[in-house]
Structure formats: structure tokens, C-alpha cells
Design a protein around this ligand. Structure first.
Ligand code: NOJ
Length: 510
């Protein structure tokens, strides 16, 4: 396990929207290099970069055309290497996004595989035996290739699934077992891509749809087996490299598959939404001031998963990512402050989505860009300062419009505001780094397990009290110590914490 993960705080950068250094309207790698000090100044010591590979951008780069080449709109491979080097000089790590489940339909492998002529790439993707063979239980694109067969899709239609085989074979005439040499070749192809970028200085990968490799694999054992093999390769050849999975099932991702980290998202009905997003617009989430949230449901789902994976890897909380509406779509500023206090004091390795530190808003009703659809509103340009495109780009045609409201938050107008989300985020990250109780593998004990709100949890000798409610509340406690941090008003005395509406208190016991 790479040691650096224990005190890592990640920043997710959606490259096309971060900073445009050459005025063409689109963010680029040199722009990220220019802003590294900013990211570092937040306290983030690691970055997850969404895909920067050559792509037709039907799914914002998750449709890869060439895994070995940086998309020209972002720069060159040399620029990416310079980013690795610049980051390392600042003691920061960079994880690239690995998309192993599918490629773009413009990828040369697919161009060859879809031809009628048999070749060594014919089994790189999943094709049925003939175009008349289209079992409805599979997502297939029918009758559009020269080859007599339909291909399986992993996500959008332009993203054919790579072939890692089928764990349960229902159609032997076209489904291969994962052990088939051609499926093994797909695994080797992905490992080769990983080695290529690790050799150039990448520090690891965020793995897209990590659970999607082997088909008909309900318990995901066969998929996990592939990742175990990848982890063995890393342990042997790149022991400092890390992988975080988009799996959202820590038992499988960490314990079975060997990922170092797994995102805590709302797939498989886990508690992420319960905490921050349940209900039409967050009204049934734990942090909503109305008190209707289901903390018990969260604790009963999260705590066992945490206990089972503790020591093997980290569950990663995130402020948001590029696939969900920003949390500002659901909650008021005070609630968001409390949410950040929670995310950055929980165990695991936290992720901050670009712009969340300044409370960037979800932009509703934007026309979809590059397959973003409803996600487009969370992918708008980073807001740096007053002026054209809020400092993102000098172009008249930015990738997406910036927030046009008069009070749009920017780094410039939030940085010195003591009442800002920025202040809470940067304070919490700084406190986290300084206090090893709060590091990834520090202890966790939920003091109020019965699911009552307000609630508290202890991490070593540091205790966090939260009152997300819109009314005053009290928590009895045997904790005695010094106040480290407060949001809103809360006082500890005589075995009680008296908490004003929507408040947070951190105590370090003496
Ligand atoms: C998950 C990614 O986060 C998302 O943006 C993408 O569209 C799909 N996987 C498909 O790769």
C-alpha cells in the first residue's frame, strides 16, 4: 500500500474546464501546470485528471481513440510529462483516468474488429455471431458494421465494450470465457497502457466503470480476478502507484479486486445520496436542516463496509464529481459548510471536485456538451476572477458558458471571505493534514449509532459534533478537551454540547 495515500487529499480536474492557457476556449495541460500552486494552496496533494487522451469526445473523453496520445486540444504527451514533473516538484501526485471497459468506436482496434475479414483483433470486442442474433438482454448495436454481427455497448452507443469474456456463458457461439487467450490479450493491452503512463511519471489511475469488465459476472469474481492481477503487477513493478475504482462496492473493489481506494457514490444504493442528496432536492438527506434524513441507514451501510475494508484500502468520500449535479443544487451555504466538515474529517481518502471549494453552482438547462446531458451543468469552466469568462479563457467561445449571475463565486472573491465555503474547505484540509487522527487510516467510532440527528463521531482523540438541524440541539458527551474548530455556534460544558442550528464543533481531547 503506497504510504502517501494515508494523508492524501485529491482534487478532481475536468481538464477542458479548468484553465485555458492558449486562448482557444478550452482548458489545457499547460493551464493545469500554471494552476498547480493554487491546487496545492488548497491543501490538495494529489490530482485526479479526467481523461486527456485523444478522442472524438462523444462522451467527454471517456470514448478513447488513442490511449497513448494526449488529445491535441489539451497539449502533447510532453506537456503531460511536464505536468507530472511539476507536480512531483511540489510533492503532488497525478492520477490519470483509465477507461478499460470500452473504447471509442473510432479506435483503430474497433476499426479492424468491425471488418468482415477475420483478424487477431476480431475478439477484442464482443460481437454476436450474426446480425440476426440480437438477444434482448444485451445492449447491442445492430446491423451497422460490415462484419456480420452486432456489437455490445458498454455505455453510449459509440463505446463498444472491450472483451474480457463472460463468466456465465449463455450463448457459446459468440461468448468467450475470461480465460480465452483473446480475452487475456485485452487485459494485457490495458496493462501495457498503464505501464506506458506510469513509466512517464503518472502516479496511478482512477479506473472508470471498474466493475464492468467481465460480462454475466453477477458477483464480480471474474472481474475482481483481473484487477487482482493488475494489483500484483503494480505491487511488483510500481509499488508507489495507486488505483481508485469507480465501483462503489468497497468489499468487492478493495477486498476482492485489490483497489487501494473505492469511491463512495450512490451506485448499489449505498449511503452517499442518503447523506447529501436523497429526496427530490436533498430534502431527505442527513444534512438537510429539516431533520428527515436517515443517518441510521447511512451508518448501517457504511460502517460495516468500513470495518471490513479497514487496513486493506480506503473508502473515498467526494464533494461531487463530473457526473452529478453539484451539491450546491441541493443545499444552502451553511449546509454545504457542514458537508465539507464531514467529508474532510471522515476516514479514507477524500476528493474535492474543482470549483466546489468556492461553491460553484450547478448550471441548469444547458444544452448538452460532449455527451454530458444533465451532467453538463457541473462541468462549466472554473471561475477564477472577475473579467472575461471569469478568468477561465480569453476566447470569445469558451468550452461552456461560465456562471453569468452577478454574484457568481470566484476564487478571487471567495478567498479572503471569512464566511466562505472556501474558508471551511481549506481550514478542514489543513487541520486534517496536521492531525494524524484524521488521516485516512485513523480510527473511527460513531458515538451516536442509533441514527439520531444531531450526531457525533470520534477519531482517536478528536471528536466531531454535527447539528445539521435548523433548530438548536444538545448532545451529551463525556468528552473533555479543547475546541479546534467551529462552524456556527456550539459550546461544550458540563457533559453537554449545546449546538445552535446548523453547527459543527471539533474537540481535541486532552
Ligand atoms: C463514468 C464516468 O465518470 C462518466 O463520465 C462516463 O460517461 C462513463 N463512466 C462512461 O465511461
Amino acid at each position: 500500500m503506497p504510504k502517501w495515500l494515508n494523508d492524501a487529499v485529491f482534487y478532481e480536474i475536468y481538464p477542458q474546464s479548468f484553465y485555458d492557457s492558449n486562448g482557444d476556449g478550452i482548458g489545457d495541460i499547460n493551464g493545469i501546470i500554471e494552476k498547480l500552486d493554487y491546487v496545492r494552496s488548497l491543501g490538495c496533494n494529489a490530482i485526479w485528471l479526467n481523461p486527456v487522451y485523444d478522442s472524438p469526445f462523444m462522451d467527454a473523453g471517456y470514448d478513447v481513440r488513442d490511449y497513448y496520445k494526449v488529445a491535441p486540444r489539451y497539449g502533447t504527451n510532453e506537456d503531460l510529462v511536464r505536468l507530472f514533473e511539476a507536480a512531483h516538484r511540489k510533492e503532488m501526485k497525478i492520477l490519470l483516468d483509465l477507461v478499460p471497459g470500452h473504447t471509442s468506436d473510432t479506435h483503430p482496434w474497433f476499426q479492424v474488429a468491425k471488418r468482415a475479414k477475420q483478424s487477431e483483433l476480431s475478439n477484442r470486442y464482443i460481437f454476436t455471431k450474426s446480425v440476426w442474433d440480437a438477444p434482448p438482454e444485451y445492449r447491442l448495436m445492430c446491423g451497422i458494421c460490415e462484419r456480420d454481427g452486432n456489437y455490445m455497448v458498454n455505455y453510449f452507443s459509440s463505446q463498444p465494450a472491450l472483451n474480457y469474456g463472460f463468466n456465465v456463458i449463455t450463448h457459446p457461439e459468440w461468448q468467450l470465457p475470461p480465460e480465452h487467450p483473446d480475452c487475456q490479450q485485452t487485459v494485457e493491452a490495458i496493462k501495457a497502457i498503464m505501464r506506458f503512463w506510469l513509466d512517464k511519471g503518472a502516479d496511478g489511475f482512477r479506473v472508470d466503470m471498474a466493475d464492468s469488465l467481465v460480462k454475466n459476472d453477477d458477483e464480480k469474481y471474474a472481474t475482481a480476478k483481473i484487477w487482482r492481477g493488475v494489483r500484483e503487477m503494480l505491487d511488483k513493478e510500481y509499488p508507489e502507484a495507486a488505483m481508485v475504482s469507480e465501483w462503489c462496492h468497497p468489499d468487492r473493489a478493495i477486498n476482492d479486486a485489490g483497489f487501494h481506494m473505492d469511491f463512495y457514490l450512490d451506485h448499489y444504493g449505498n449511503g452517499y445520496s442518503r447523506l447529501f442528496r436523497f429526496g427530490e432536492w436533498g430534502d431527505l438527506s442527513v444534512f438537510n436542516p429539516n431533520g428527515l434524513g436517515d443517518l441510521k441507514g447511512f451508518a448501517e451501510e457504511y460502517l460495516p463496509a468500513y470495518n471490513r475494508t479497514k487496513g486493506n484500502g480506503f473508502i473515498s468520500f467526494m464533494t461531487n464529481n463530473h457526473d452529478m449535479p453539484r451539491v450546491s443544487a441541493y443545499h444552502d451555504k451553511q449546509t454545504i459548510k457542514l458537508i465539507n466538515a464531514f467529508i474532510f474529517t471522515m476516514p479514507g481518502v477524500p476528493f474535492l471536485y474543482y470549483g466546489d471549494e468556492i461553491g460553484m453552482r450547478y448550471q441548469r438547462d444547458l444544452i448538452s456538451k460532449e455527451g454530458g446531458f444533465s451532467r453538463t451543468g457541473s462541468r462549466t469552466p472554473m471561475q477564477w476572477c472577475q473579467g472575461k469568462n471569469l478568468g477561465f479563457s480569453t476566447s470569445d467561445k469558451p468550452y461552456l458558458p461560465v456562471d453569468l449571475s452577478d454574484d457568481a463565486p470566484t476564487v478571487e472573491n471567495q478567498k479572503d471571505d471569512p464566511d466562505s465555503i472556501y474558508r471551511i474547505v481549506t481550514d478542514m484540509i489543513a487541520i486534517r493534514h496536521k492531525n494524524s487522527d484524521l488521516h485516512g487510516n485513523g480510527e473511527l467510532e460513531f458515538v451516536y449509532k442509533d441514527g439520531e440527528i444531531p450526531f457525533a463521531y470520534r477519531r482517536g482523540s478528536t471528536v466531531m459534533f454535527f447539528n445539521p438541524l435548523g433548530k438548536e440541539a444538545e448532545i451529551s458527551t463525556d468528552c473533555v478537551g479543547d475546541v479546534v474548530y467551529k462552524i456556527g455556534e456550539a459550546v461544550i460544558s458540563d457533559g453537554k454540547v449545546k449546538m445552535q442550528p446548523q453547527s459543527f464543533l471539533m474537540i481535541k481531547e486532552n
